[in-house]
Design a protein around this ligand. Structure first.
Ligand code: NAD
Ligand code: G6P
Ligand code: MN
Length: 441
């Protein structure tokens, strides 16, 4: 059986240990010969890399493991690049969240002005790793879940149209797990229909393999509890702020009772409520730095101190196994049905062909083939079109280094009340991002 070589780009990510453990747990489905961590911050990655070297030596000595900041070493002889970089790290995420709040505007990692600022940073980092991948391993596929996925996907479409990059998000995966629990099934027993942009979409159907439809059953649960379930099945989205988010789906369903909403719609449909309950001095970035980041890095240091990973604080990120499903779909032509972020080209028949949309696809060794979702209603289409133009204009602003285009993109965002607020925000964001953004004029 062929064994694969994988590079994890953004090796210093808080998700790296969980994903490595998940890969080890999946050796029967997706065997590895080589695993490499790559990051441009060697110090951060080194903490996790040294710990994972011990863990691999103890559990899978047959897999060649290394961590490096040298792109040539990292990307040579690789079959898959799993990419989860965060350009600017948590320090910049914190600013993305806090600067907008000063103006009474949503401060969020991927939505509104924070997502736009992050997008302007991510494009450069993503192009860099795509180019390394193509230079050193031309047949390699990138499985990308670096954010903001919509803007990153649009930038790839425009700037690297031929690159073998697959853009995917775990939010629908986590929410489907919750839905499956609500109706007493497992996610693998269900097929969905869905349309939207990344972090901006709706489920129109949830069926089992016999064709029984569960949409109404799930809606009736969500109308009372949102996606909050009794037992935690979606292991990634469990902090108190996430519980609030799952619950809020109830209000998202109320305004649009036809379909089941993606939780991220709350930032567009109830921004006033979100801002009113936000703590300007302690946002999600702070929660993550004090929570996940600290736990993961402390566990790594402990492994190195003890010289063993036996009884360590690293845990398998079972939630991330969809990444193996995706890699297997490419490697073994499995025709797995998955939600992917792809160029529309008619999948949503009354939406622009060149929009990067999130829809179910059949994934095989040639990549994803989108499934037709037909026509969508005006309410959703109008919201999506406005957001689509924001994302497209951000990429145009990046390419043209245009201040005006970025100001217009911010003004178009449903999260921002006026051109005046957009301009003040933009000037603050330019200052904060001067080490990362192209210079605008
Ligand atoms: P993190 O800050 O812990 O890790 C990101 C790593 O990327 C850091 O070690 C950083 O040094 C590195 N990095 C930054 N720029 C780089 C570059 N140009 N080249 C190489 N490495 C670079 O962040 P995290 O919270 O673990 O999240 C990682 C990423 O995964 C983020 O983009 C996050 O939004 C994304 N994410 C996506 C999904 C999804 O479903 N799409 C789910 C979870 C996380
Ligand atoms: C979900 C989204 C990701 C996002 C993550 C943020 O999984 O799909 O795109 O990056 O949440 O999680 P965090 O725990 O870092 O706030
Ligand atoms: Mn996502």
């Amino acid at each position: 059986m062929k064994k694969f070589s994988v590079v994890i780009a953004g090796g210093g990510s808080t998700f790296t240990p969980g994903i490595v453990m998940m890969l080890l747990d999946n050796q029967d489905r997706f065997p590895l010969r080589k695993l490499t961590l790559y990051d441009n911050d060697g110090k951060r990655q080194g903490i996790l890399g040294d710990a994972l070297a011990i863990l691999l030596r103890e559990n899978a000595p047959e897999i060649e493991f290394k961590h490096t900041t040298d792109p040539e070493e990292a990307f040579t002889d690789t079959d898959f690049c799993m990419a989860h970089i965060r350009v600017g790290k948590y320090a910049m995420r914190e600013l993305d969240e806090k600067i907008p709040l000063k103006y009474g505007v949503i401060g969020q990692e991927t939505c509104g002005p924070g997502g736009i600022a992050y997008g302007m940073r991510s494009i450069t980092g993503m192009l860099e790793i795509i180019d390394y991948m193509e230079r050193y391993s031309k047949d390699c596929w990138m499985l990308n879940y670096s954010n903001p996925a919509s803007i990153v996907a649009e930038a790839c479409r425009v700037l690297r149209p031929e690159a073998k990059v697959l853009n995917i998000c775990d939010m629908p995966v986590g929410t489907l797990r919750r839905m499956s629990q609500i109706i007493g099934k497992t996610p693998k027993e269900l097929d969905v229909r869905y349309f939207g942009l990344n972090h901006f979409g709706w489920w129109t159907s949830v069926k089992d393999k016999e064709g029984n439809e569960y949409l109404e059953d799930i809606k009736s649960y969500v109308s009372e509890h949102g996606y909050l379930t009794q037992i935690e099945v979606d292991t990634q989205h469990t902090d108190p702020s996430w519980q609030k988010t799952h619950k809020k789906a109830k209000d998202l369903l109320a305004i649009n009772p036809r379909y089941l909403p993606n939780t991220y719609l709350k930032y567009y449909l109830y921004p006033d409520d979100e801002v009113a309950h936000a703590n300007c001095s302690f946002t999600r970035a702070n929660e993550v730095m004090e929570g996940r980041e600290k736990t993961v890095f402390d566990a790594a240091k402990e492994i190195v101190r003890k010289g063993t990973a036996v009884g360590s604080g690293f845990h398998i990120d079972a939630h991330a196994s969809f990444i193996v499903d995706l890699a297997r779909a490419i490697a073994y032509n499995t025709h797995e049905r998955m939600l992917m972020i792809v160029e529309n080209n008619g999948a949503i028949s009354n939406f622009p062909d060149d929009a990067m949309v999130e829809v179910p696809c059949i994934v095989g060794s040639g990549g994803p083939e989108p499934l037709s979702q037909g026509r969508i209603p005006d309410f959703e289409k109008t919201l999506m079109y406005q957001q689509l133009m924001v994302e497209k204009m951000v990429v145009e602003a990046y390419v043209e280094k245009s201040y005006l285009k970025l100001w217009q993109a911010l003004t178009l965002s449903k999260t921002i009340p006026s051109a005046g607020v957009a301009k003040a925000l933009l000037d603050d964001l330019i200052e904060a991002n001067k080490d990362f953004w192209p210079e605008l004029s």
